[in-house]
Write a new protein. Structure first.
Length: 392
């Protein structure tokens, strides 16, 4: 049926670490089906989700953090996501955690020796000598956690709700950012009655744009439902892009919406864009005391500056550095490790026994080890690998 290659990998030289043979046909679905059928008939089994990565993990070729990064690399939607996932697949998370685990191991061992050989002068460890290392370990874990919020955005993407009164140019700006005609644009206000969503990339960060119905009171059931969905999208979004019309003064509903946005949010998620800067500017069209970006959805003026501002809000103002922690499971393990180290510090301050102090340090070690699979369980492996593609 076909010509192809049989490529053999001896044990220890394949991705999984096992002796492996790969069949390379030309790719015809009919030929592939025939090959798979013949292999199964000869005793082979169909691969499950993450089969090859799981075998590599079991054979010590990967740790759990690197295995999860393989999944993220397969799922990457932008070059930047792929770069971050590849770095993690190469061990960036594991390398960053290694000195923390090693330090914990060292101080736990010294503490256990002090407890076991309490009468030996060379193993004596004053309680105060542990406080400094524990505080440093806690601070290092906190530093890693600080980067998770931006890391989460890099891995999972973010959402941005585009809000404003009817006919301020939301749909035109939606199309401009998307760089194609996706939303219907007319001179008649209220054309958009439901939310419209599309994905763009802002310097490699996936950003889901949500074009919403205009800020207004619904006059019929359909319009009211559109307004309700717009409000829900605004509440749940990572960013809110409030669009104003620079060719007319601010209206009371816009002023109230601006006051609400900047009263409710303490993390700077609202960006204000003054659209139609290609038309004569009208006094009172811009809010006082708030930073505003002047743009024109029609001509494209100011769109580059808007993209830079969105990138800054998503990732910060510095160089777009590769984050270390992007996975929610890893962040939770770090949070639990910090909590255990905090308890250890309180135990030391309260004068409790060294055994209790050491148990909290061991708990921190277990949480850090769960990231790389050192303290993994079958239930954890099943949950993680169920999210993989078949094979992989």
């Amino acid at each position: 049926m076909d010509h192809g290659y049989l490529v053999e990998f001896p044990a220890g030289r394949s991705f999984t670490g096992e002796a492996t043979a790969e069949l390379w046909p030309h790719g015809s679905p009919a030929v592939l089906a025939e090959l798979v059928g013949a292999a199964v008939a000869a005793g082979a089994e169909h691969a499950g989700p993450g089969e090859f990565t799981y075998r590599a993990l079991r054979n010590g070729r990967l740790d759990l953090a690197r295995a999860e990064a393989v999944r993220d690399l397969v799922d990457a939607r932008t070059r930047y996501q792929a770069r971050v996932a590849f770095s993690q697949a190469e061990g960036s998370v594991s390398r960053r955690l290694a000195p923390l685990r090693d330090a914990l191991e060292e101080w736990i061992a010294r503490g256990e020796a002090a407890v076991e050989f309490v009468d030996e002068a060379e193993t004596h460890l004053p309680r105060g000598d542990l406080l400094g290392p524990i505080e440093r370990l806690r601070d290092d874990c906190r530093t890693l956690l600080k980067g998770y919020e931006s890391g989460r955005v890099v891995r999972d993407g973010a959402t941005m709700a585009m809000v404003g009164l009817p006919n301020v140019g939301k749909s035109s700006l939606f199309n401009r950012l998307l760089e194609k005609e996706r939303a219907i644009v007319t001179e008649m206000p209220g054309t958009t009655r439901d939310t419209l969503e599309e994905l763009i990339s802002v310097e490699g960060i996936p950003l889901r744009l949500i074009d919403t119905a205009g800020l207004r009171e619904g006059t019929d059931p359909i319009e009211s439902e559109g307004v309700r969905r717009a409000e829900l999208a605004r509440e749940e979004a990572d960013l809110v892009l409030m669009i104003l019309d620079g060719s007319r003064p601010l209206e009371p509903l816009e002023q109230a919406a601006l006051e609400r946005e900047f009263k409710e949010t303490a993390r700077g998620r609202t960006v204000v864009a003054l659209n139609k800067c290609d038309l004569p500017r009208v006094a009172g069209s811009s809010p006082e005391g708030l930073p505003v970006l002047e743009i024109s959805a029609r001509t494209g003026a100011g769109i580059g500056a808007l993209r830079k501002e969105l990138r800054r809000r998503l990732k910060g103002g510095g160089i777009l550095e590769d984050p270390i922690i992007t996975d929610g499971r890893h962040a939770k393990a770090l949070e639990d490790a910090v909590a255990a180290l905090e308890r250890a510090l309180r135990v030391a301050g309260d004068g409790m026994t060294e055994e209790v102090l050491l148990e909290e340090m061991r708990e921190a070690r277990r949480h850090l080890g769960s990231i790389t699979g050192e303290f993994g369980t079958e239930e954890l492996y099943d949950r993680i690998f169920s999210t993989f593609c078949i094979g992989k």
